[in-house]
Write a protein that binds this ligand. Structure first.
Ligand code: SF4
Length: 359
């Protein structure tokens, strides 16, 4: 039954539910098939994105998020221009082909100007040899266009869940957090010319395999270029923590996350899929296991150590003191140990994006 399903190239919702609910033995078959498909379509190469957590200031109040505006316990920071440029320089000198600049969601002109300045300054400093992904939330279309023109190549805006009822259990139901705004922002990003990425949390309270199957079908229908997704990990200082007793065990959320990566690789063989940091919260080898399940991107954290403690979207975030992947030797060894190679100095553009834009 599972073998038959794995030979398909198009999957129905029922197929996906069956594949998300497989036994441990069949799960191994799903992961092995995903690795085969990954090898054929994108190879065994891992692209590095140096992650810079620019600011934990945010105007929103997502119920699951440790840095939401309403959490008064958080010490707020914004990295200085010099700190960002130092991190970019580190990435450049160490062969990373790409950076991700992530922050809380701020929609004011000062923030838009800051990002634009950083984009131009990083490109000048690194001789346009780094590609840059932004993950700075919903913004007016004009701001997306400005940032694209200033040299941002990719944008990650996670939808978190496509079940709208669930969406409003994890977000306030108001204009600032409207589901339609999120969809509009994803459409605006595409029109602005970005490689567009989205993603979901896996194992939210009340979430089902049918919801996750819908999420996968949503990625396909949106024809996304990249996806970053991982287990939902609760944060004690958030409203959603009240439902922690309804959660699947973390190990189960981790397994479902691997299956989601694997199934997405089968459905969209040439996109970029990140092995998210949250995978490591559940399993020390989480990122490597994500790569073996079909992911092809990792994001070592370049944020200054002193600020990392303040950028905790969820509890037990790994590598708060030091990301072992930043030791270039240990990064290389951990990737090579699982039979993959690092795409040093390569931008790692999504093949899917290159094909759909005839590049
Ligand atoms: S998930 Fe993003 S937008 Fe929501 S509160 Fe956290 S940082 Fe802000």
């Amino acid at each position: 039954m599972v073998t038959d399903l794995l030979n398909k190239t198009e999957f129905t919702k029922d197929d996906l539910i069956a594949l998300l609910d497989v036994s441990a033995t069949d799960m191994q078959k799903v992961l092995e098939r995903a690795l085969q498909v990954k090898t054929i379509h994108v190879g065994r190469k891992v692209y590095l994105r140096g992650l810079i957590e620019l600011s934990n200031k945010c105007g929103k109040n997502c119920y699951y998020c440790g840095i939401r505006a309403g959490n008064a316990k958080v010490h707020r920071y914004t990295l200085t221009r010099e700190e960002v440029l130092d991190a970019a320089q580190f990435a450049w000198k160490n062969g990373f082909g790409s950076l991700v600049i992530q922050s809380g969601e701020l929609t004011n002109s000062t923030f838009a100007d800051l990002i634009e300045d950083l984009l131009r300054s990083i490109h000048k400093l690194t001789k346009h040899e780094l590609s840059i992904t932004l993950s700075c939330g919903e913004q007016p279309k004009k701001v997306y266009q400005r940032w694209r023109a200033a040299g941002a190549h990719r944008y990650l805006l996670r939808v978190e869940t496509t079940n709208q009822q669930l969406y409003y259990q994890i977000h306030p139901q108001d204009h600032l957090h409207a589901y339609e705004n999120r969809l509009q922002a994803l459409a605006d990003l595409r029109e602005a010319g970005f490689q567009v990425g989205t993603g979901v949390m896996i194992g939210l309270p009340g979430q089902t395999s049918a919801d996750l199957a819908d999420d996968l079908l949503f990625f396909k229908s949106l024809d996304v270029d990249m996806v970053g997704m991982g287990p939902y990990v609760e944060h004690a200082d958030t409203p959603l923590f009240e439902k922690a007793d309804q959660l699947w065990p973390l190990e189960e959320r981790f397994k479902k996350s691997l299956l989601m990566i694997a199934l997405l690789r089968l459905m969209m063989p040439d996109i970029n899929i990140a092995a998210s940091t949250a995978l490591e919260t559940a399993d020390q080898m989480g990122r490597q296991r994500g790569l073996l399940a079909g992911a092809n991107v990792v994001m070592p954290n370049l944020t200054p150590v002193i600020n990392r403690i303040d950028y905790q979207l969820y509890n037990n975030k790994p590598n708060l003191d030091k990301d072992p992947y930043l030791s270039t030797d240990s990064l290389k060894h951990s990737i090579e140990a699982i039979g993959e190679v690092i795409g040093y100095h390569e931008p790692g553009n999504s093949f899917h994006y290159l094909k759909r834009t005839n590049r």
